[in-house]
Design a binder for this molecule. Structure first.
Ligand SMILES: Cc1cc2nc3c(=O)[nH]c(=O)nc-3n(C[C@H](O)[C@H](O)[C@H](O)COP(=O)(O)OP(=O)(O)OC[C@H]3O[C@@H](n4cnc5c(N)ncnc54)[C@H](O)[C@@H]3O)c2cc1C
Length: 410
C-alpha cells in the first residue's frame, strides 16, 4: 500500500502540485494539508480589489468539487507541526500523524515583522491571507487616514486600492525610491509621480519611529523626520520571510529558503520544496534566488509533480510577474540581475512604455507599464533565447513579431 504524496500548504504551489500529480498520471494517494480554513484561493486580487469591495468573495483556485473529483484528499485547517525525515512521517497539530512516500513543502511565506513600539495596537495590519484582507476591509470602513509602511509591490497596491476607495493614504519608504531594487529607476519614478498625482502622499528616505495609539487602537505614526501622521489604520508591507521552520527543524538545508536542486528536491531526496519558500540556483543568472510569484509557484509545482512520476527535467521556466498599481499594470519578465544596458520603448508620458534590459547583446528582462504585448513577446523571446536588435525594439511589437516569425523553426 502506497502512502502517497503529502503536500503541506494549500496555496498556489500546493494546489497546483496536487493537480499536476493527477495530470501526470500519479495514481497513489494525494493528501493536501492547509492550515487555513478556506477553500484555496487566489492571493493577487486581495490587494488589488478585495480590500475595497465589501461584497467581494475570495476567488477559489479550483472549484470545490475539483478535489474530490480528482481523488485529492484536501484537509483544510490542518497545521503540520513537525517532520520525522528518517521515518517519513509528519505530525499535525491535534496529535494525528501521517506517513508519506514523497513530501512536498509548499508553505509559502509570511509578512516580515517590523520591530517597533505600537505594532500590537488594533488597526496595525499586514496582508497575506484572506483573513488579513477581511481585517483591512473592516478597519478601513471607519477610517479616513491610512499609513502604509513600505513602498514595495504589495504596499503600493494596497495604497492605490485604498486611495481609490476614498482613503487619504501616506506611503512611508525607507529607501530613496519606490519598489526597492525590483524595477528600473525610470519605472520606480514613474510610479511615484503617478501615485502622487492621484493624491497619495509618498515619503521617501523616511522611516517610522513608533506607532501611537489611543485606548488600544492606532491613532498615528511618528516619522523619522518628527512628523506625526494621523492614522486609524497602519499597514506594514515591508516584504515577506519564507516559512522554513518545519524544514529547518527537520535539518533540511536552508539558505534564504529551503534549498532545492534543479528538480525541486530538498537535501532529503523524497522531500520537495516549491513556491515562495524555495531557494535555488537560477538557470538564467547562475545566482541563488527565491522568487515570490504565482508563475514561480505554478511552474515549480508542475516540475515537482513530474519529478515524482519520474519525468523531471531541469527547471528552466522564464520568470514573470505582474502588479496592478492604480492605473498601471506592471509586468516583468526575466531577471534584471547584471543588466548593463537598458533601452526604453514607448513614452512614460503616455503611461505606456517598456524598459528592455540587456547584458551585452543578450536580452535578459523586460519591464512594462501598460504594454501587455511587449510582455507577452518578452516571454516568447526569453523562452527561445532570442535577443532583439535595437532597431527591432525601436520598431515596437510589430517589428518584434516579425523578427520572431522569421526565426527558423526549431
Ligand atoms: C496580497 C498579495 C498580492 C499578490 N500579488 C501578486 C501578483 O500580482 N502577481 C504575482 O505573481 N504574485 C503575487 N503575489 C505573490 C503570490 O501570491 C505568491 O508568490 C504565491 O502565493 C506563492 O505561492 P505559495 O504556494 O508558495 O505560497 P502561499 O500561496 O502563501 O501558500 C502557502 C500556504 O501554506 C500554508 N502553510 C504554511 N505553513 C503551514 C503548515 N505548517 N501547515 C499547513 N499549512 C501551512 C499557508 O497558510 C498558506 O495557505 C501576491 C501575494 C499577496 C499576499
Amino acid at each position: 500500500m502506497k502512502n502517497g504524496v503529502v503536500i503541506v500548504g494549500a496555496g498556489h504551489a500546493g494546489v497546483q502540485a496536487a493537480a499536476s500529480l493527477r495530470e501526470e498520471g500519479y495514481d497513489g494517494p494525494v493528501i493536501l494539508l492547509g492550515d487555513e480554513k478556506e477553500l484555496p484561493y487566489h492571493k493577487p486580487p486581495l490587494s488589488k480589489t478585495f480590500i475595497k469591495d465589501v461584497a467581494a468573495q475570495p476567488q477559489p483556485l479550483r472549484g470545490e468539487t475539483f478535489y474530490t473529483g480528482h481523488s485529492i484528499d484536501f484537509r483544510p485547517g490542518s497545521l503540520v507541526e513537525s517532520i520525522d525525515v528518517p521515518a517519513r512521517r509528519l505530525a499535525l497539530a491535534g496529535g494525528e500523524d501521517l506517513a508519506y512516500d514523497h513530501l512536498i513543502l509548499a508553505t509559502g511565506s509570511r509578512p516580515r515583522i517590523l520591530p517597533l513600539p505600537g505594532t500590537d495596537l488594533a488597526g496595525v495590519l499586514s496582508l497575506r491571507s484572506v483573513a488579513d484582507a477581511r481585517a483591512i476591509r473592516e478597519h478601513s470602513a471607519g477610517c479616513e487616514d491610512v499609513v502604509v509602511i513600505g513602498g514595495g509591490f504589495i504596499g503600493l497596491e494596497i495604497a492605490a486600492t485604498l486611495a481609490a476607495g476614498g482613503r487619504r493614504v501616506t506611503v512611508v519608504e525607507a529607501l530613496d525610491r519606490l519598489l526597492g531594487r525590483a524595477v528600473a529607476p525610470l519605472i520606480a519614478e514613474h510610479v511615484r509621480k503617478r501615485l502622487e498625482a492621484s493624491g497619495i502622499r509618498i515619503l521617501l528616505k523616511t522611516t517610522i519611529e513608533r506607532i501611537e495609539g489611543d485606548n488600544g487602537h492606532v491613532s498615528g505614526a511618528l516619522t523619522s523626520a518628527g512628523e506625526r501622521l494621523p492614522a486609524k489604520m497602519v499597514i506594514i508591507g515591508i516584504g515577506v520571510v519564507p516559512n522554513v521552520e518545519l524544514a529547518q527543524a527537520a535539518d533540511l538545508a536552508i539558505a534564504n529558503g529551503i534549498r532545492v536542486d534543479q528538480q525541486m528536491r530538498s537535501s532529503a531526496a523524497e522531500i520537495f520544496a516549491i513556491g515562495d519558500n524555495a531557494s535555488y540556483r537560477h538557470w538564467q543568472t547562475g545566482g541563488d534566488v527565491r522568487l515570490e510569484s504565482v508563475q514561480n509557484a505554478t511552474d515549480q509545482a508542475k516540475l515537482a509533480a513530474r519529478t515524482i512520476v519520474g519525468r523531471g527535467s531541469d527547471y528552466g521556466a522564464v520568470p514573470w510577474f505582474w502588479s496592478d498599481i492604480g492605473d498601471m499594470k506592471l509586468q516583468m519578465v526575466g531577471l534584471t540581475a547584471g543588466s548593463d544596458r537598458q533601452m526604453l520603448s514607448g513614452d512614460p508620458a503616455d503611461n505606456r512604455f517598456s524598459v528592455y534590459h540587456f547584458i551585452g547583446e543578450r536580452l535578459v528582462a523586460i519591464e512594462s507599464v501598460n504594454r501587455p504585448a511587449d510582455h507577452m513577446l518578452g516571454r516568447k523571446m526569453l523562452g527561445l533565447g532570442f535577443s532583439p536588435t535595437p532597431e527591432q525594439v525601436a520598431g515596437g511589437a510589430e517589428a518584434l513579431k516579425a523578427a520572431l516569425a522569421a526565426l527558423p523553426a526549431a
